[in-house]
Design a protein around this ligand. Structure first.
Ligand SMILES: [Zn+2]
Length: 209
């Protein structure tokens, strides 16, 4: 039987978002990303959205209670199974989810060492001509493989700064969840340094696909 309530966790730049979209399609379940959920609530100007907006504009994190209120209402609309991409982010969120009517059945962590993640970000290029983004093999590459013009730029400095903050956040808040879920016998790890297809194949084996 396929797992229907799956949580996918992993550090920033681990390829988690891509895997989550693919897996949600395969399982035929909706995918919850709290970033998108927040943006939707703010856009619709719901009570919880307006509350969240206040925190974001004040430059602080949206508190667990606000996030949980959003997630619970989302869960209520998606009772036939779901995938969560990067949620829960903290132990209190995980504990609350465990108390919900449809708790997770499996938690999968994409393991990628920090050095590999930084290398991925360093290799990323964007073409200012045609807009394509991809990873270069040689760091001094300037010719776009798509439109063949010398218009490649790197945003690596900014990207590495923001990565550092997000990674440290992940280590501090999310990595403790691994022990929590391991204690519940629900945790599996996948080697995220493999190709996206290999990673997906391993995930499918875990969810019984
Ligand atoms: Zn181009």
């Amino acid at each position: 039987m396929k797992d229907k309530n799956v949580i996918l966790l992993g550090p920033p730049a681990s390829g988690k978002g891509t895997q989550a979209r693919q897996l949600a399609g395969y399982l035929g379940v909706p995918c919850l990303g709290t970033g998108k959920l927040l943006r939707d609530e703010i856009e619709r100007e719901t009570a919880v959205g307006l509350e969240a907006k206040g925190y974001i504009e004040g430059g602080s994190y949206v508190p667990d209670a606000v996030i949980l209120a959003m997630v619970e209402s989302w869960l209520g609309e998606n009772v036939d199974g779901w995938l969560m991409d990067g949620f829960p982010r903290t132990i209190p969120q995980a504990e609350a989810l465990q108390e919900s009517a449809i708790p997770p059945s499996r938690v999968i962590v994409l393991d990628v060492p920090r050095g590999d993640l930084e290398l991925r970000i360093t290799r990323r290029r964007e073409c200012t001509g045609c807009g394509v983004t991809f990873a270069v093999d040689h760091l001094d590459e300037v010719i776009c493989p798509d439109c063949k013009t010398p218009t490649l730029v790197s945003r690596a400095d900014d990207a590495l700064d923001s990565f550092k903050v997000r990674y440290e956040n992940y280590e501090e808040l999310t990595v403790p969840l691994f022990d929590y879920y391991e204690g519940l016998g629900m945790l599996d790890r996948v080697d995220g340094t493999q190709s996206p297809d290999e990673v997906f194949a391993e995930i499918l084996k875990l969810v019984g696909g």
